[in-house]
Each structure stands twice: as structure tokens, then as C-alpha cells.
Ligand binder design. Structure first.
Ligand SMILES: NC(=[NH2+])NCCC[C@H](N)C(=O)O
Length: 304
């Protein structure tokens, strides 16, 4: 298989879509690794496997409609394998395995059968354990690579900070010709409305030259300003705390003019339609309870 991904929006041909099958029992609070899951564990509203499986099937059906080749992870019993985005990423023709949160380390084994189809000299893994990065923090924008990170001194105690500056440097070392721009993100283990878990939870390019953004997701206003200057303010769709909480920036593009989005994202979906983008609506509010949405559960392998 010849990989090719250079941005978030070119026509999709092949993708890994996570799975909610055998997701395991409702975790204990101390087993969860994001504040939104914790909120739902405490409230007794943690999502049921059958509901999440149905939501992911709706996404698979959209891919089928657009003739996209879909790979699903093999099932690891009682293990969360929904968020395929984070376990590895494709940049151009390279497949880079993430150095992910230890709780999620086993997920990659389930797509070994996909990795086996890639030329071994195109598969990369960071040389040391203190280099951290997850796919949700890394976004491609042609000559740019955008990377979400956290520069706070409490990084090592913060399980919602998944990409460090060593991770940023590692990605730059693999792609010396790209402009790598890092973004310091706001993190909160207590309140999901203040937690930009990954870059794709507060920002994502869409369409030809547009992007969705949550200003308060950025710790450093210069980082936010960088995106305003690059895209132009008139091309940005600003979402508020609540919309971030519901994960409006985490839709997924099949092409510049076709997007998969959550059916409840009324304001966002009408903006997309006003740009002549076809919006394929799916129900995804159960998956969203685990602080991830459509971009988080997909890992593109081939785009045009
Ligand atoms: N790319 C993403 N934003 N992924 C979301 C992953 C959510 C998952 N609960 C975690 O904490 O790891």
C-alpha cells in the first residue's frame, strides 16, 4: 500500500476507523484518562457499547457511499479501540507510530495487519520513551505541520497533555522541509469545557481555505494569532466553550466539499452548507461522551 496524506481535506481513499466492539465495562473514575469520561462515569451516563457500535456503523456506511476503503482494528477483548487517530499517523508516505499514553499502548497491535501492507522502510517509531505525541495533536496543512502540545511545568503529572516538545522536535526531524508550528494548549483534568485534550479538540482546517477554531483552547494568544494570520479571520468559524465540549471542531473531511459531522451541530452544519459543502450527518453524541469525535476515531492512510 502506498500511503499519501498531506492535509486534512483532500479526497479520502483509505482510512482506519476505530471500533467500539468489546469496549469493556464502564471504567472506574481512577481508570479514566479524560475529564468528560469521568463526568459521565459519575453521572451514570457513560455510553453503552451497542449505542457506540451503531454510531460507528453509521460512519462506516458513509465511507462505503463514497467508495473509501475502510480498515477496522482487530478486536482486543474488553479494550477501548474507538480513537484510532491517536495511535499512529500518516504524513506524506510515512507511517509514524505514536508514543501514546501507557493505558492505550496495546491499541496499535490491532492494526498490525495494516502496517504489514506498508513498505517497512516507511514505518517509523520514536527512538526513546520520553518523546511523546498522539495523532490527535498532529495536523497536516500542505507545507505546514501543526502540533498541539503543553508547555506547563506540570506536564508530567498531566494525563490530558499527550504531546511534549520532544515529540514536536522528533516530527520536525522526520520532515526537515516542513514548517512545523507548535501550539501550547489549555488543559484541565477537572473541567472538560476548559480542556483542549488534543489540537483537534479546538482547531481543524475544513473546505478549501477555512478552519474551525476555539480561541480559549490556546494558552498563548500568539499561537491563536498565528492561525488568524495564516487563514484570515473571515475564514475562521469560532466555536464557544460549549461547542468545544460537544467537539464541533472534531468533524472529518472526506474531501474539500464533503464532511461527516454530528447531526446536532446545527450552527456549524449550516455554516458548512453555506460554503456549498455537503454535510453527511451521523449520530455521534454517545462516542462524544469519551471526549473524542469523528476526527479522533479515524486515521487516514491515503488521500489524493
Ligand atoms: N484525537 C483525539 N482528540 N482523541 C480523543 C481521545 C479520547 C480518549 N478518551 C483519550 O483520552 O485518549
Amino acid at each position: 500500500m502506498k500511503l499519501n496524506v498531506k492535509n486534512e481535506t483532500s479526497r479520502l481513499r483509505a482510512v482506519v476507523l476505530g471500533t467500539a466492539v468489546s469496549n469493556g465495562a464502564v471504567p472506574k473514575v481512577e481508570e479514566a484518562y479524560d475529564p468528560k469520561s469521568i463526568e459521565h462515569i459519575k453521572a451514570g451516563t457513560y455510553p453503552k457499547e451497542e449505542d457506540m457500535v451503531a454510531e460507528m456503523t453509521a460512519v462506516a456506511n458513509v465511507f462505503e457511499k463514497y467508495d473509501v476503503k475502510v480498515f477496522r482494528p482487530q478486536i482486543i477483548e474488553n479494550y477501548n479501540q474507538i480513537f484510532a487517530r491517536d495511535i499512529a499517523l500518516v504524513i506524506e508516505d510515512k507511517f509514524v507510530k505514536s508514543n501514546i499514553l501507557p493505558d492505550r499502548e496495546k491499541e496499535i497491535q490491532a492494526i498490525q495487519y495494516v502496517i504489514d501492507e506498508i513498505a517497512p522502510d516507511k514505518v517509523y517509531k520514536a527512538p526513546s520513551d520520553d518523546i511523546h505525541f498522539e495523532g490527535g495533536d498532529i495536523m497536516l496543512h500542505n507545507d505546514h505541520i501543526f502540533i498541539g502540545t503543553y508547555k506547563g511545568e506540570d506536564y508530567s503529572d498531566c494525563i490530558v497533555a499527550r504531546t511534549n516538545m520532544k515529540g514536536v522536535s522528533y516530527i520536525q526531524s522526520l520532515f526537515p522541509n516542513k514548517i512545523v508550528k507548535e501550539f501550547d494548549l489549555n488543559k484541565s483534568m477537572d473541567d472538560p469545557r476548559d480542556n483542549a485534550l488534543h489540537l483537534d479538540c479546538c482547531f481543524q482546517p475544513v473546505g478549501k481555505n477555512k478552519a474551525i477554531i476555539h480561541k480559549e483552547g490556546f494558552r498563548n494568544l500568539n499561537d491563536y494569532q498565528y492561525l488568524v494570520d495564516l487563514f484570515g479571520n473571515e475564514n475562521l468559524f469560532h466555536i464557544d466553550k460549549n461547542e468545544m465540549y460537544h467537539m464541533n471542531s472534531n468533524i472529518f473531511s472526506i474531501s474539500e466539499d464533503v464532511v461527516i459531522s454530528e447531526k446536532g451541530f446545527t450552527r456549524l452544519n449550516s455554516w458548512l452548507r453555506s460554503l456549498n459543502i455537503t454535510v453527511e450527518e451521523v449520530p455521534y453524541s454517545e462516542i462524544a461522551k469519551q471526549e473524542g469525535l469523528l476526527r479522533c476515531s479515524t486515521m487516514p492512510l491515503i488521500r489524493d
